[in-house]
Design a protein around this ligand. Structure first.
Ligand SMILES: [Ca+2]
Ligand SMILES: [Ca+2]
Length: 111
């Protein structure tokens, strides 16, 4: 008999398991949104607006003020946009998940 084929088969009793936290690393914390049939990658969330320890929003400065993009249900897709005008006006819209249409949510002025 050839001794090479006499080696006992030793199955790996401890298969490698990738920790979920590690598998979730990468681009998953980027916010994105649909617009006009395209998907925009807005980059990683920078702001935690509801203080739950998870960044959910990012802001963009524009010529007329600041726009806040918020992912309120943590699926990565932006579902609320708030525009804060240079004059203090506030305009919000939330994404209707059924129709994909932005619906005016709230408006007014900063208190
Ligand atoms: Ca948060
Ligand atoms: Ca979302």
């Amino acid at each position: 008999m050839d001794p090479i084929f006499g080696e006992p088969f030793d199955p790996d009793p401890d298969p490698e398991i990738v920790p979920a936290a590690e598998a979730d690393d990468g681009l998953d914390d980027h916010l994105w949104m649909h617009d006009d049939g395209r998907v925009w990658d807005l980059g990683p969330a920078e702001v935690d607006t509801d203080n739950d320890g998870i960044n959910d929003s990012l802001t963009r400065n524009g010529p007329d003020g600041v726009t806040v993009y918020t992912d309120s249900d943590r699926d990565g897709q932006v579902d609320k946009i708030t525009e804060i005008g240079a004059d203090g006006s506030v305009r919000s819209a939330i994404l209707d998940p059924e129709s994909g249409v932005w619906v005016p949510f709230d408006s007014g002025r900063l208190r």
